[in-house]
Design a protein around this ligand. Sequence first.
Ligand code: SF4
Ligand code: MG
Length: 327
Amino acid sequence: QTPILEVDHLTVVYETAKGDVIAVRDVSFSLYPNEIMGLIGESGSGKSTMAYAILRMLKGAARVVHGTVRILGKDIYLLSPEELRKFRWSHFSMVFQSAMNALNPVMTVEAQVIDTLKSHRPHLTRLEAKERALELCELVRIDPRYLKSYPHELSGGMRQRIVIAIAIALEPSLVIMDEPTTALDVVVQRSIMDQIRDIQMRVHFSILFISHDFSLVSELATRIAIMYAGQIVEFTDSHSLEDRMSLHHPYTEGLWNAIPKLANRNIVIEGIPGGPPNLLKLPEGCSFHPRCRYKSEICSAQTPELKTYGTYEIACHHVLDKEGHHD
Ligand code: SF4
Ligand code: MG
């Protein structure tokens, strides 16, 4: 199978007055057709920077200093601005946290949907575009009468549904979602998550779903990447998380244990002590070692590489020792 998205040794640097900050460090992965991959990490771990780099939307002092991003086999950094404009929305699109920023406040919802459609498919008649707008409403379960509304007349959840409708309007192969439900209350969040899953099963596209919320990600994604201090420290299957936590990265274990488990309200929530490291001055060796309860001498001396364990990849010197095994 040909991947939809191939990220290869991607490294992104922010130039700051105090020096270069490596926000994304040597990240490689592929996303296949119809696959939903989750990307989790604490805030500041580089998740959004990576999303922007993949979308070729980095701004200001951030730039890709190494590596490639291919979408449908095309290196998107080699596209001309015009080619990129055509490629975006038609082949890949994005949904961010703030629906308000993604929508034009002075255009009706219908005008915005039609605009997106017609700017990429100029041969579409007005009537065809209107019909497609109706179809999209049905897909995101919005009453078509709201097509005549302006964004501020809609609730936050409805706005985010419209943003999702626009993101899939041109049937892209890849949608990158960065904290798409974080601004919404829990009930709305849940219904939008169900909807994303439902839409993805009906129209088929790949999703890179970025969130700091491990429980959301693990319900939606089949494969999960865990990011710490700009690096992917683990690739894992979501279904394996429940029972074999001892076989995961200590950071993954910490994030997982920090999820309040509804089924067992008495469980003590174990967070991860300390905070994310200063990216200007990363700890030597494994960046996680100051916070890790499994660390040994080698951890501050040698940076662990991603190694394959069955279907996972984990960058930790002591994964096997965690369960009491030895090399
Ligand atoms: Fe902890 Fe060492 Fe593994 Fe890093 S390499 S996560 S410090 S045990
Ligand atoms: Mg972010």
